[in-house]
Design a protein around this ligand. Structure first.
Ligand code: OOG
Ligand code: NI
Length: 406
């Protein structure tokens, strides 16, 4: 018997619940969603990359956790929404390194993506990396993380049960989704000011992740069909966007992969506890707004060309030395995925880009750690992460291959 509320409906409710919460907490999010909707209704010509219904409802979120135990809990929680880990991103190796390793939780079947493609980029603090954290500090970070509880154990137990059953009753759905959304709200718990400041001095990301006793959704990103138009309209509304759209340039011909832009959210009121125990009001500026434009997914051969194109000083100028100008040629050269090989049916890119992710992280921080010299002595890798969370981490290329052949 199928459950009254199925996995994809839970996922849609979760995305909608997070959107309501984020809109209430971050007012500029409403402006972003409004401008995105305007841009999309003016660009319906681009709908070969997804129905207007899908694109308008589409969001990705981002959350950050401290260690493998917490990441495993997130994996359990998201499995109830039919969101599974895809890809491994090591942001420590980016041109501007960030001390995290990440994966993206998302639906993996084409039908599920069509119903609701909600995805969450999820990062874990790389506290074992001595290029960022001295051993003594790492010990205290580990201790702090071992003693906090991000998720009520009963929420995780419900998630496992719902995931196994493929859904739940309507009453339980309401309660479960509300509890899951609440787990990512900005907390009013007082923050230990001395600890937060000590970590901030080392890394803003470390303070955001391990300086507080909770986690939070740090952005929720709508999808637009024309990101240049959006950047222009947001700027016209007086919102300061980052200087450069991240990812591939605007090109004449098939738009590939993912383009992103962002703006910093305002400082938000938070409570702080001083060493003497007094609690006072203060502010933190940790969240931001982001928007994305998605293009066609590249094959490994296409991705190699992309990396070559992006390593040039002016990727836009040299683009067509690497990529042809039509979908037909892209398909023929095996550079991008098309359903059944039909160039009128591009397979949309569902994942993220490590260089852009690091750029987005850093552009929204007041400053961050630079890695000390030396090699990586940690175990962090896709296999390590899969072992820690006890789940297979899907290879994005396998998934695109499947969609292209479906
Ligand atoms: C994640 C940043 C990466 C994206 O869209 O590339 C990201 C974060 O800030 O936690 O969301
Ligand atoms: Ni993002």
């Amino acid at each position: 018997m199928t459950s009254p509320v199925q996995t994809w409906q839970l996922r849609a409710q979760f995305a909608a619940g997070l959107s309501r919460m984020y809109g209430a907490e971050v007012p500029a999010y409403h402006t972003l969603v409004e401008v995105s909707a305007q841009v999309n209704s003016a660009h319906t010509g681009a709908l070969r990359l997804g129905s207007l219904e899908r694109v308008t409802a589409e969001r990705h979120g981002a959350v950050r956790v401290g260690n493998a135990r917490e990441l495993a809990q997130v994996a359990d929680l998201f499995s109830a929404f039919g969101m599974y880990p895809v890809g491994f991103y090591d942001l420590r190796t980016a041109a501007s390194p960030v001390p995290v390793v990440s994966t993206a939780f998302r639906p993996i079947d084409p039908d599920e993506l069509a119903r609701n493609p909600f995805r969450v980029f999820t990062s874990m603090l790389a506290a074992a990396d001595t290029r960022f954290f001295a051993p003594e500090l790492r010990t205290r970070v580990d201790h702090f993380l071992d003693n906090r509880q991000l998720f009520d154990p009963s929420l995780i137990a419900s998630a496992r049960r719902i995931a196994a059953a493929g859904g739940c009753s309507a009453d339980e759905a309401q309660e479960f989704v509300a509890a899951a959304v609440a787990a990512f709200a900005l907390s009013r718990e007082p923050i230990d000011r001395a600890w937060y400041e000590e970590l901030s001095a080392v890394s803003a990301v470390a303070a955001d992740i391990a300086g507080v006793s909770t986690t939070h959704l740090n952005h929720l990103t709508p999808r637009v069909l024309d990101i240049d138009a959006l950047q222009h309209q947001m700027t016209a509304r007086g919102i300061t966007m980052i200087d450069h759209i991240q990812g591939p340039p605007r090109v004449d011909g098939p738009q590939v992969l993912l383009r992103q832009t962002s703006f910093r959210a305002l400082a938000e009121p938070r409570r702080f506890r001083s060493p003497s125990g007094t609690v006072s009001e203060g502010t933190l500026r940790v969240r931001f707004g982001e928007v994305e434009q998605r293009g066609v997914a590249l094959t490994p051969a296409g991705r190699r060309r992309y990396d070559a194109a992006m390593s040039a000083p002016d990727p836009a100028a040299g683009w067509h030395e690497h990529f042809p100008a039509t979908d037909t040629e892209m398909a023929e050269a095996g550079l991008a995925y098309y359903r059944g090989g039909d160039p009128s049916k591009p397979v949309v890119y569902e994942d993220f880009l490590p260089a852009s992710a690091a750029g987005i992280f850093r552009s929204n921080l007041d400053g961050d750690a630079s890695a000390a010299e030396g090699g990586d002595t940690t175990d962090y890798s896709l296999e390590w992460m899969a072992g820690q969370i006890g789940r297979h981490i899907h290879d994005p290329y396998d998934l695109y291959e499947k969609v292209a052949c479906s």
